[in-house]
Design a protein around this ligand. Structure first.
Ligand SMILES: Cc1cc2nc3c(=O)[nH]c(=O)nc-3n(C[C@H](O)[C@H](O)[C@H](O)COP(=O)(O)OP(=O)(O)OC[C@H]3O[C@@H](n4cnc5c(N)ncnc54)[C@H](O)[C@@H]3O)c2cc1C
Length: 485
């Protein structure tokens, strides 16, 4: 058994591990990265972000969803979609991502080790492969980027092959006829939409009284309406108390006494940190609730030379934020004098059908801070690009400070919402206000133009609220007058 010393040892090759390793190596540090799976990329490449987003595109394509009614013909679902059809492109995208990550680590001269890592002491990690210790590595710094796994509530019989979580759903053998999705969070809503688009009868159970409580209420309401129109049976304030399995179906009994049967269950009940086999106590660490690791704002654990980033530290548990956390942690560890914090303005993309996205404050969060705001809304159906792509539903909503017209929040629902939000995200990051969107000349016809009209709308509402007789915009423009109050 050999032992090798590194400036940094990274555990995990997901977005956090990859970017943390690359960041340190770019600045000349000697870096080792340990991954226990035979493939790189973690949940983002293999079970989470990319697979689910690729499956969404596949579902939209195979079902002709985007084109429905657009050309005067109804492009319905092709006769019979097989699980093979459904998963084909997902496997391709995954493979390409594996190649990209290997190339990136190679380019940065990161030494890659395959095996399960666990602490021997605070500076030493051992690697195990098939139960045998293959190598021991020592490091000045350690970056824990081990991610998370689906939480499995005991009430569900996961030994039954018809009960899936968000990892195992990617091993689907047959396209089901009926699916019960348990959990109306991001993952539950995304999968409910894509399976519904494929023509599967989907029931979605949510324990609270609305979907995705962190979203702007108007966005969440429109999403819920679109899901119901698409055929999803959305049930609020419901939890599963027991499950009975027969040869042909599974039946969930709900707290309300109602019963829901389906041939497949997808349980999306949150995630737990991957720390149980890291032997944290050997490093002087202890996991917190649900296997998560506590860190300070620079991502240091209780042992200062050990950093933790990504899903293993919990909220917001997104690929995007995980990468940024890793970069900031490495800048701090090696005093790189470069990027000292993760921006407080984070984007959220929810790939439901339609897509939702947001950045910055909501009206609710501003009310809690007693900040007076004015909202401006512009709708896709009053936008030329929206018309071209046949987007019936969708809007962009901007929240400005009522005093200064500084932009405070951006909320979008509709086609490409997670791209559209970036214009506003950059404006938020720059501390810009209404003037930016009024002065900017946007391409035409684009969804980007919605920024100008949402701003006009906000200015008009503000003028009206202040009893000003004239609004500083072209109030005859239909895009402006369709805004809701
Ligand atoms: C269905 C789904 C959809 C999602 N959609 C999005 C989205 O649209 N946008 C978004 O930003 N995020 C999305 N996410 C979240 C995103 O996938 C995660 O936030 C991201 O992957 C976290 O990155 P990470 O590097 O922290 O962990 P991971 O990607 O989980 O990587 C951790 C790696 O560590 C390895 N590992 C664990 N323990 C050890 C050990 N002891 N030794 C060696 N290796 C170990 C694991 O094998 C894994 O490869 C989604 C997640 C899911 C499940």
């Amino acid at each position: 058994m050999s032992s090798t010393h590194y400036d940094l040892i990274v555990i995990g090759s997901g977005p956090a591990g990859e970017k943390g390793a690359a960041q340190a190596a770019y600045f000349g540090k000697r870096v080792a990265l340990i991954e226990r799976e035979p493939v790189l990329g973690g949940a983002a490449a293999n079970t989470g972000t990319l697979p689910s987003k690729t499956l969404r595109e596949t579902a939209l394509y195979l079902s002709g969803f985007r084109q429905r009614g657009l050309y005067g013909v109804n492009m319905g679902l092709k006769d019979r979609v097989t699980a093979r059809d459904f998963l084909y492109r997902e496997r391709q995208v995954q493979h390409n991502e594996h190649l990209r990550i290997i190339a990136n680590l190679k380019k940065h001269k990161v030494d890659l080790f395959n095996g399960h890592a666990s602490f021997v002491d605070a500076h030493t990690l051992k690697l195990e492969n098939r139960g045998a210790t293959s190598v021991t590595l020592t490091g000045d710094f350690v970056l824990i980027a081990t991610g998370s796994h689906p939480f499995r509530p005991e009430v569900f019989p996961f030994h039954d092959a018809r009960v899936y979580d968000s990892d195992t759903i990617l091993n689907l053998h047959d396209i089901p006829r009926e699916m019960l999705v348990i959990g109306g969070g991001v993952i539950g809503c995304e999968y409910a939409c894509m399976f519904s688009a494929l023509g599967i009868k989907v029931t979605l159970l949510e324990g609270r009284d609305r979907l995705l409580a962190f979203l702007d209420p108007q966005v969440a309401q429109l999403l819920t309406r679109c899901m119901i129109e698409m055929g999803v049976d959305v049930r609020f304030n419901e939890t599963v108390t027991s499950v009975a399995a027969s040869r042909t179906q599974l039946t969930a009994t709900l707290a309300s006494g109602a019963k829901v049967s389906a041939d497949t269950f997808l349980v999306a009940a949150g995630r737990s940190g991957n720390t149980d086999r890291l032997n944290l106590p050997a490093a002087g660490l202890a996991p917190a609730k649900r296997g998560l690791i506590d860190v300070n704002p620079r991502y240091q654990t209780a042992v200062p030379h050990i950093y933790a980033v990504g899903d293993v530290i919990g909220f917001p548990a997104l690929a995007a934020t995980s990468m940024e956390q890793a970069r900031v942690a490495m800048v701090h560890a090696f005093d790189l004098k470069y990027k000292t914090r993760v921006t407080p303005v984070l984007p959220y993309g929810i790939y439901t059908i339609p897509e939702c996205s947001m950045a910055g404050e909501t009206e609710e969060s501003l009310a809690k801070k007693s900040v007076a705001c004015v909202a401006g809304v512009a709708h896709y159906d009053a936008n030329a690009r929206g018309q071209i792509i046949g987007a019936k539903n969708g809007f962009l909503k901007l929240l400005f400070s009522a005093d200064t017209m500084k932009l405070l929040g951006v909320h979008a629902i509709g086609e490409q919402a997670s791209e559209l939000v970036h214009v506003g995200l950059v404006a938020l990051q720059a501390g810009a206000g209404a003037e930016l969107f009024i002065d900017t000349c946007f391409n035409y016809p684009t969804l980007g133009e919605l920024y100008k009209y949402a701003t006009y709308d906000a200015l008009g509402r503000r003028a009206k609220a202040r009893g000003e007789s004239h609004a500083p915009f072209d109030a005859t423009d239909p895009a402006v007058t369709t805004a809701q109050s």
